[in-house]
Design a protein around this ligand. Structure first.
Ligand SMILES: [Zn+2]
Length: 203
């Protein structure tokens, strides 16, 4: 095989890999529209002072699934990123998979999302972690339902590290909660600037 053949094969292989990644994580955001899109947000759980930085890209990805039309069903996925001591840095989200069950008022996440999290954990040399879950609600001011709270209690009983739970409302309002000492604390947005402890990846 000539050098040009192997180069062409490499390009074809990379295209396939990129196709698979964009199927899993959704297409990259349209850069030309970014100016009118969201920027990163930092939430804080007081009085524990856990901080949760959500980067602009995951926010923009989730925004595509707002239930702003009556035919849009609930969507969701998991939050991926880095742990910085007690703080969470969310850099990526998974998008709805064909194996999920989606209704106007219900979203049942399939195990496919966990497989993606595991793949990202290995690809990132065990730095990109599963940090929580997100889903949409067809309401302006979203808040967790009884079903949501039961699900989250199950997850947090299984995992001992801090986790974030996000609900995206139909106009873009986000409810973000963090379980602390067996209670779910609603966090408040603080500043759009990420504090310095979020700068380097990993702990
Ligand atoms: Zn819900």
């Amino acid at each position: 095989m000539s050098d040009s053949d192997s180069a062409a094969l490499r390009v074809a292989y990379l295209n396939i890999v990129q196709g698979i990644i964009s199927q899993i994580l959704g297409p990259p955001p349209n850069r030309s529209r970014e100016s009118c899109m969201r920027t990163a947000i930092v939430w804080e759980a007081s009085p524990q002072h856990h901080k949760i930085l959500v980067e602009d890209e995951p926010l923009q990805t989730m925004d595509r699934y707002r239930q702003d039309r009556s035919d849009k069903t609930e969507a969701g996925g998991i939050l991926l990123g880095y742990r910085k001591g007690p703080h969470l840095h969310i850099v990526q989200v998974t998008v709805p998979q064909l194996t999920d069950r989606r209704r106007r008022f219900r979203f049942d996440r399939s195990t496919h999302h966990q497989q993606i999290a595991l793949e990202q954990w290995h690809v990132s040399e065990k730095t990109m972690d599963y940090l929580g879950e997100w889903h949409t609600h067809p309401e302006i001011n979203p808040s967790p339902s009884g079903v949501d709270i039961n699900e989250w209690v199950k997850i947090t009983n299984r995992l001992t590290k801090p986790m974030a739970f996000m609900i995206l409302g139909l106009t873009g309002t986000i409810w973000l909660g963090l379980p602390v000492n067996n209670a779910l604390i609603k966090c408040s947005p603080t500043t759009t600037e990420g504090p310095s402890y979020f700068e380097a990846p990993g702990d």
